[in-house]
Write a protein that binds this ligand. Sequence first.
Ligand SMILES: Cc1ncc(COP(=O)(O)O)c(C=O)c1O
Length: 350
Amino acid sequence: MIELRSDTFTLPTPAMLEAAQTSPLGDDVWGEDPTVRRLEHKAAELMGKEAGLFVSSGTQGNLVSILSHTVRGDEVIVGDKSHIVNAEVAASAVVGGVQLRTVPNTRRGMLDLEVLQSSIRQDDIHYPPTRLICLENSHNACGGAVLTLEDMASVRDIADAAGAAVHLDGARIFNAAVALRVSASSIAEYADSVTFCLSKGLSAPIGSVVCGSGPYVDRARKYRKMLGGGMRQAGIIAGPGLVALDTMIDRLARDHENARFLGQELNAMPGVHVDLLTLQTNIVIATFDGHGRTAGEIVTGLERRGVRCAAVGPQTIRFVTHRGVDRPDIEAAVEAVRSELGVGAVAAAT
Ligand SMILES: Cc1ncc(COP(=O)(O)O)c(C=O)c1O
């Protein structure tokens, strides 16, 4: 099977498995797991922040981040295509009692700045205070599109003028950094807090890290405990996370090249459209029109041909490249799509 549903399917490397077996351990709820401490320290360093907190998942990271910025009744601005509002089970509303207010995401995953500006609440007895603005970089539902440093800075300016904080859902921040050819810290610089995932393109089996100021991370640690996320000998999973940070960042460029190749080949097929402008990292979102079949039917057909991908809309399919698929796999996937659609080979425009 050629697995293109998500980069979360990546399996740990032999070095990660060895780290799971050999990393020194302690009780992390007591602050005594040296491997978790090393991971948190290293993550904070990479993000240019004072402190880090190892959490079980990106969803938990975003939740403790929002809880640590807000109180009940606050308003949090998010993009309408953000993972936080669409795929995190309304956690911040349920647990934190905050109101999520959406602003349209542009095609590139940016917040519409005019709408953002006009969504900032004035001081009025009727209104909840705008406490936090969340960004996502790279942007999952916008085809892995990347916000530039200028994009980040413009949202930071609006937040500063409003007295609001900025949280970055950087689940795939290293994909964004590799695409922009900048350090992750230069992206995170515009946010007060950032969550990034070890378990996606970086190939670690489990875990994410929240980074921010020392006092902020202290608050987040308490919320993590409240959510049942205080893990004991968590060095078993933090060890592979350290290997991920040491060895898996630079290779993301290959995933991006493979995604670009796949996107170009798909876009050259009749009745298939891929937005090549926003195809900047490892996610390819393709729209299939005029084949008389739904995305779900095409996905089922491709599975029979040995390719797994995900229907993310009635006519839309998502393909994600990662360490577990190399160029020959991508070429085979392209052939499988051609056969499934009954189209011949056409030279892809670059
Ligand atoms: C942008 C983004 N944020 C957060 C998450 C949540 O991560 P997790 O699946 O580890 O909870 C994901 C997962 O796909 C994501 O794509």
